[in-house]
Ligand binder design. Structure first.
Ligand code: CA2
Length: 150
């Protein structure tokens, strides 16, 4: 029996409060909306021949379920876990469980901010981490996964 071909689809996950992008705290998170970020990710991926499924939720379990579902039809994951970065062993375990390459993205440089943002439960299982590049970080993440999965 031959193995099924790898899907040319990525999962792009955004965690809690990222639905507010572009509406508040522009000094920290910029003026780009979540819809703009998702369009940027989809366009970048399309130029490289990839599809993207975008998911945003403010609920940890919804994010865990979305990560589990990626096992069926995605080849890699771009994730900005929002504040769950610093708290969620469940999201880390879900990412480990599906076994797909993960690139962690943060709009801000979490290491230049409050101490409680310096630790990430995700970084240790990510193939790469981009922090502080604003929305361009998502494009870097797509580029990196596309190269890795080529
Ligand atoms: O820098 C990032 O991308 C973060 O993941 C953003 C999270 C924060 O908890 C992490 O430490 C770093 C917060 C996302 C909140 O996004 C907002 C956007 C606009 C207005 C209010 C919140």
């Amino acid at each position: 029996m031959s193995a099924s071909p790898k899907p040319r689809r990525l999962l792009a996950v955004n965690g809690p409060n990222l639905n507010l992008l572009g509406t508040r705290e522009p000094d920290v998170y910029g003026t780009t909306t979540l819809a703009d970020v998702e369009a940027l990710v989809e366009e970048r991926a399309a130029t490289l021949g990839w599809e993207v499924r975008c998911v945003q939720s403010n609920h940890e379990g919804v994010l865990v379920d979305a990560i589990h579902a990626a096992r069926e039809d995605c080849a890699g994951i771009v994730i900005n876990p929002g504040a769950f970065t610093h708290t969620s062993i469940a999201i880390r375990d879900a990412l480990t469980g599906v076994g797909l390459p993960v690139v962690e993205v943060h709009l801000s440089n979490i290491h230049a901010r409050e101490e409680f943002r310096h630790h990430s439960y995700v970084s240790g299982i990510a193939v790469a981490v981009v922090a502080g590049a604003g929305v361009h970080g998502y494009a870097f993440a797509v580029d990196h996964l596309a190269r890795l999965l080529a």
